[in-house]
Design a protein around this ligand. Sequence first.
Ligand SMILES: NC(=O)c1ccc[n+]([C@@H]2O[C@H](COP(=O)([O-])OP(=O)(O)OC[C@H]3O[C@@H](n4cnc5c(N)ncnc54)[C@H](O)[C@@H]3O)[C@@H](O)[C@H]2O)c1
Length: 272
Amino acid sequence: MTAGIPFTVAGQTVVVTGGAGGIGAALARRFVADGAGSVILADVDATRVARAAAEIGAPAEGILLDVSDQSAIAALIDDIELAHGPIALWCGNAGIVGAEGIGSPADWELCWSVNVLPHVAVARALMPRMAQRGSGQVLITASAAGLLTSLDSAAYSATKHAAVALAEWLAIEYADTGVGVSCLCPQAVNTTMIAGNENIRSLGTVLEPDDVALGVSRSLAEGTFLILPHPEVADFERTRARDRNHWLEGMIRLRRRGRYSPSTTAQPIQHR
Ligand SMILES: NC(=O)c1ccc[n+]([C@@H]2O[C@H](COP(=O)([O-])OP(=O)(O)OC[C@H]3O[C@@H](n4cnc5c(N)ncnc54)[C@H](O)[C@@H]3O)[C@@H](O)[C@H]2O)c1
């Protein structure tokens, strides 16, 4: 029994969702450089993912996938395993920020369906097969917002917390099967997701996606569960755990300094 299983991609079949750009494309580039046998980039943006795969070159391949469609995930797993053999590494990396503030019911549904439920679909459709094979690795891209919080979007913060919780649950559940689980929790990374977001850019170092991907490759090889490209996130987590009120006070000060939408502006109560 071990909490982390060292994993390398050499010769293996790998899938990266949200692979059309940003962290996903960088992961795919890294895995090709590390000698993966097949690297499938899956994304809802068919044009960009085809371009990203072409730029990376063989053995990368771009494919259309909307991760909010759980049956499409299961079907893609079948198709890939038929064409390329067993999937050794699934990177659930596609993500969306959602609306600022508390958001609408539709915003919440979308965030759940992209940031959390695809990982459940993979846990249903792929992880039991990996367990039968006695090997495999699932990487869930959550966020530092899933360990701490996000000041912009309530739905992003809550769903990324859920993604971390699910990754932990899966790591425990699959501990005795030979299947490893890792959870990537970066703070700011220089991708279109945070373009123009001065609040997140001002939090600290903005890392390049390729540096994050290199760190992921090394962490997978070491069997690390929680992958923190920004090491200070571990300190913030410790501070938060030590005294939650003190930590919240710090976050409240941060919010006052930033440019956030006035989501706390109350709607007048309608008296009947
Ligand atoms: N950039 C950051 O600062 C940062 C920080 C922490 C966590 N993250 C997380 O990293 C992951 C990658 O984000 P990124 O920064 O590379 O942003 P990005 O916007 O460049 O990449 C996200 C990708 O996901 C794809 N996508 C969105 N909805 C999809 C769907 N329904 N089905 C399939 N693909 C879909 C997009 O088309 C895009 O290519 C996300 O999960 C994000 O939450 C990013």
